[in-house]
Design a protein around this ligand. Structure first.
Ligand code: SF4
Length: 291
């Protein structure tokens, strides 16, 4: 069995950058914490906690403590509250997310209704809508556009959660255009996500089975799985090598593998080693781009 590993598998630059900022902070021996997960991966979070960065669920008094702002960013309210509680802030927000924040603030100031295409409970989306004074409209899919909230909207600006699926986004934007006369669309899906999505449109067609590695809490991993599953029914989603099932590899001559943007390379390597052990697959996994 040949193993084809996607070129774009694993950490994107935003996650890599956030982890470096976190490690540097940990090695400075300041009392530091993160509000929720810095990135959506349990292995990474455990490692940071072991290095001394405490995970907290809500902001309490924080004098003499440093708060690490996660890669997905945070709302203005959260930042103001953290300052009020006395935290010093270290910002690991991805520059691509900062760019989305800049756009929505500018569009809101211009008087446009801000529309965000994304998962309404995702931290990144909460951070985006938390940048502006007026209420934003969130759209999760084309079948559930909240038209009644858009009834009187004449001017709007659409941004997209950085890890959304471009095809689904286009469908939503096309529908919005039929009802909103002046609509500005900013395709804010980030470059690493686009590369992953381009590859995942081809790899499932070029391989007999597909394996997607990443946390269940990772939005971009979920998206990769959905796209792959639609193209290749023999697509499986795992978080760790322990979840591998030897039956998945029966009659498989070529296996495609990709990993979410917050999946460490060590996890991917461990998965590949375990597959080799189970199947006697070719000794090296070839990096392959579908594009
Ligand atoms: S997925 Fe994109 S936006 Fe999110 S951290 Fe990575 S590069 Fe930044």
């Amino acid at each position: 069995m040949q193993i084809h590993l996607a070129r774009s598998a694993g950490f994107c630059f935003g996650v890599r950058r956030a982890i470096k900022i976190a490690r540097d902070l940990a090695s400075s021996h300041q009392a530091a914490c993160m509000l929720g997960d810095l990135v959506h991966n349990e292995t990474v979070i455990r490692e940071l906690e072991d290095a001394g960065i405490r995970k907290i669920k809500r902001l309490g008094p924080g004098a003499k403590r440093t708060l690490l702002i996660r890669a997905h960013g945070a709302s203005r309210r959260t930042l103001a509250l953290a300052r009020r509680h006395g935290y010093a802030l270290v910002d690991a927000t991805c520059p691509m997310v900062h760019e989305i924040h800049r756009i929505v603030r500018a569009m809101d100031r211009q008087g446009r209704r801000v529309i965000v295409i994304g998962d309404r409970r995702h931290d990144e989306v909460l951070g985006i809508i938390g940048q502006i004074a007026h209420r934003a409209v969130i759209i999760e899919d084309a079948a559930r556009i909240p038209w009644k909230n858009l009834r009187r909207v004449r001017q709007a600006a659409v941004v997209v959660q950085s890890t959304q699926n471009l095809d689904r986004v286009r469908l939503i934007v096309d529908r919005l255009k039929t009802r909103i006369a002046d609509l500005r669309f900013f395709n804010t899906i980030c470059k690493p996500t686009r590369m992953k999505q381009e590859e995942i449109k081809l790899l499932p067609l070029q391989n007999d089975a597909m394996l997607i590695i990443g946390s269940r809490t990772s939005a971009n991993t979920k998206r990769l799985y959905e796209i792959s599953k639609a193209l290749n029914a023999r697509t499986h989603w795992i978080q760790t090598p322990q979840e591998l099932d030897p039956r998945w590899f029966r009659n498989v001559r070529a296996l495609g593998i990709t990993a979410g943007a917050s999946t460490p390379e060590t996890t991917t390597k461990d998965v590949i080693a375990k597959i080799r052990e189970m199947t006697g697959a070719a000794p090296r996994a070839r990096r392959q781009t579908g594009a």
